[in-house]
Ligand binder design. Structure first.
Ligand code: DGL
Length: 280
């Protein structure tokens, strides 16, 4: 159990921003990552549909890799499915919203916090609720910026076009007095430079992936699940339901690891994994 991998899932390459933090903090842990690019974007989909996809992916990662802990490295899926997955799975399940909200609360000085996320995450109101639950003095301004997911998936991160799209998308946050901006979609840290350029250097950007990785280390210790074979070669396995070459290009650029070679997996395989679980 302790030497089994940590599983991570996202609709695409966004969750790699969480994986990178986990690999940095926990270099001896094995990881297995699934990007559901064949069904991206999750943002506009209903919570019920996103929950169904999350369930399938969890079933697949458990059957195929016997994961010891699942990180829902997607804010939209966390908003839709975290309590359900925590209730259904016999392993610890970690989402990104609670760690992200806490990091935002810790960072702000003037209690004016901005959140950019997908339509699904904004609609769920989870960030606002969790930020206020941690400190009711805060005011939260949330803006849906789905166009940033498209940029990140196209690996268009630092071009003049990317800067223009990002500047337009975050324009509603101008003159709101925010001193902290939570990047409430795991794709957005890929666009950190353009986002910082658009909101100005005085605004502190929060990547929930950093706090999520810290939460994972605590949970592994608490459940006595940390890998105890320090000489074990850490391995990372990647799957995508989309184009593996496109996935590899971005992942190789983003992660400082040995070459990434994603394994293609079909949506039917994920659906079948879920059906097998139901039949148990
Ligand atoms: N990366 C995902 C998130 O954190 C969502 C992107 C999408 O599929 O819309 O919400």
């Amino acid at each position: 159990m302790r030497n089994d991998p940590i599983g991570l899932m996202d609709s695409g390459v966004g969750g790699l921003t969480v994986l990178k933090e986990i690999q940095r903090l926990l270099p001896t842990e094995k990881t297995v990552y699934l990007g559901d690019q064949g069904r991206l974007p999750y943002g506009p989909r209903s919570a019920a549909e996103v929950t169904a996809f999350t369930r399938q992916i969890a079933a697949y990662l458990r059957q195929k890799h016997h994961i010891k802990l699942l990180v829902i490295a997607c804010n939209t899926a966390t908003a839709a499915a975290l309590p359900t997955m925590q209730a259904e799975l016999p392993i610890p399940v970690v989402g990104v919203i609670s760690p992200g909200a806490r990091a935002g609360v810790q960072a702000t000085r003037n209690h004016q916090i901005g959140v950019i996320a997908t339509a699904g995450t904004v609609k769920s109101d989870q960030y606002r609720q969790q930020i206020l639950a941690k400190d009711a003095r805060n005011t939260v301004v949330s803006v849906a910026t789905p166009e940033l997911v498209t940029l990140a998936e196209q690996n268009d991160l630092v071009s003049a076009h990317a800067q223009e799209v990002v500047t337009q998308a975050v324009a509603p946050l101008k003159n709101q007095g925010i001193d902290t901006l939570v990047l409430g979609c795991t794709h957005f840290p890929l666009l950190r430079q353009a986002i910082q350029g658009a909101v100005g250097s005085a605004v502190h950007l929060v990547n929930p992936g950093t706090a999520t990785a810290a939460a994972v280390t605590t949970l592994l210790d608490y459940w006595n699940l940390a890998n105890d074979q320090s000489n074990d070669q850490p391995t990372a396995v990647y799957y995508t339901t989309g184009d593996a070459d496109r996935f590899d290009r971005l992942a190789n650029q983003w992660l400082n690891r040995t070459p990434v070679q994603a394994i293609p997996v079909t949506i039917q395989t994920l659906e079948r994994a879920m059906q097998t679980t139901e039949g148990e």
